[in-house]
Design a protein around this ligand. Structure first.
Ligand code: URA
Length: 435
């Protein structure tokens, strides 16, 4: 097999065989095939796409590139959740404790912020003392004891994804359906859960902007899950504005705690309850949706979900008092409102730009390895469809360092459309797709 021939085959719309895909992935992970050839292959895939069989073969080759987690020593059904990436999306911090409170076991390996989107690990690290770096043994012990644990992926799980992801990030090949599907599903297949719920984001803050692409991505991933013997359901949810009002690490943890305390309603809570409901269904813990929904709602109102989060925080070395006193988390030194330049209605929010605004303030990384500031970010005061009066606050920026404030300010202003126009009809949860 010759790498250059395989790149040409893909470029010319050929279908790569399982053997060819395995050869490419094994060779790349072993350091025998250089970045520039794999970069060319990724770009060919970006343009030409992949047949379903190729996407499945790619996923399996990536999953087989490292070890697999064995969760069989944990009693009960293990159920996982993954989002394709969004802004202001702290659902994992709400959903995992809710499902644990209903008897599911959530052994979650999460990621860091990616481009304009946030990452659960970065959010959790704003809790003083909490460590997302746990050995596999301690991960399993925490899940068995608390019903949930949220940790970083160890280097020996799906190493092909780590390498390919870093290359995609710098070669304009992130937003490709087969590449996203294989990236996410390879990690889910090795992380040991029995059932999976996927939150596929659609809209201007998602990697897939349009409904056709998002639906295709959801169908591709659920089909891969089914083929691999994992029950998989995907919800397609809206990302045409930040899901919660908070964008930034400690701010998002605070908002998630407020939802778990029963103090906040809104889109973040609605999507979280829907995801948790699907997790109880896909795992077989509940037989019908009405029962699942009722279990989830009582886990929230009884305080048991909040209690589970506190237990997980303690088990991972963090200070569980943040549950009562969110002010124990880092706070930015200054709060600067962004005011509306005119009166009217908010008819569009550029969600990726809002994510980028928080990143400029230090909530995310401009380049690989940058450190982040857990305290900074922004809090939306207005949402899509709201009427605003000139001079009213649209959002409050939470700021520490002086650099980039002007840029972040302008970035936010450019992200908001205020006019007399009509709002496009939108839903929060568009579709449920099962594999
Ligand atoms: N999240 C992932 O893990 N991989 C992708 O390719 C996109 C989002």
């Amino acid at each position: 097999l010759n790498v250059a021939d395989l790149i040409c085959k893909k470029r010319n719309k050929g279908i790569l065989s399982r053997e060819e895909i395995q050869f490419l992935i094994k060779g790349y992970v072993a350091g025998e095939i250089p970045d520039y050839q794999i970069a060319a292959l990724l770009m060919a895939i970006w343009f030409v796409g992949m047949h379903n069989t190729e996407t499945t073969d790619l996923t399996l080759a990536m999953a087989d590139s490292g070890e697999r987690v064995d969760l069989s020593s944990i009693p009960g059904v293990k159920v996982d959740k993954h989002s394709t990436g969004g802004v202001g999306d702290a659902t994992t911090l709400i959903v995992a404790p809710l499902v644990a409170a209903c008897g599911g076991k959530v052994a979650k390996m999460s990621g860091r912020g990616l481009g304009h989107t946030g990452g659960t690990l970065d959010k959790l690290e704003s809790i003083p003392g909490l460590s997302v770096q746990q050995s596999i043994d301690s991960f399993i012990r925490i899940v068995a004891d608390c019903g949930l644990a949220i940790v970083g992926q160890t280097a020996d799980l799906a190493p092909a994804d780590r390498l390919l992801y870093a290359l995609r990030d710098v070669t304009g090949t992130i937003d490709s359906i087969p590449l996203i599907a294989a990236s996410i599903m390879s990690k889910k297949l090795v992380s040991g859960s029995d059932a999976i719920v996927l939150d596929v984001k659609t809209g201007n803050g998602a990697f897939m902007n349009d409904m056709d692409g998002s639906e295709k991505l959801a169908k591709t991933m659920t089909a891969i899950g089914a083929k691999a013997g994992k029950r998989t359901t995907a919800l397609i949810t809206d990302m045409n504005q930040p899901l919660g009002n908070a964008v930034g690490n400690a701010l998002e943890v605070r908002e998630a705690i407020q939802v778990l305390r029963g103090e906040l309603s809104g889109d973040l809570k609605t999507v979280s309850l829907a995801l948790a409901t699907q997790m109880l269904l896909v795992s077989g813990i509940c037989a019908d949706e009405a029962e699942a929904r009722q279990r989830v709602e009582s886990a929230l109102s009884s305080g048991e979900a909040l209690n589970r989060l506190a237990r997980m925080i303690r088990a991972q070395g963090g200070h569980p008092e943040v549950i009562e006193k969110t002010e124990l988390m880092p706070r930015a030194s200054r709060q600067i409102p962004v005011l509306a330049g005119k009166s009217g209605r908010i008819t569009r929010l550029d969600t990726a730009r809002i994510g980028y605004c928080a990143l400029l303030l230090g909530a995310g990384r401009q380049k690989k390895g940058d450190s982040i500031d857990p305290a900074v970010g922004l809090w939306m005061q207005k949402r899509l469809g709201d009427e605003v009066t000139k001079g009213e606050a649209l959002a409050v920026l939470h700021v520490n360092a002086e650099d980039h404030i002007e840029e972040a300010f302008e970035c936010f202003q450019k992200a908001v459309n205020i006019d007399a126009g009509r709002l496009e009809a939108r839903k929060l949860i568009y579709k449920t797709i099962s594999g």
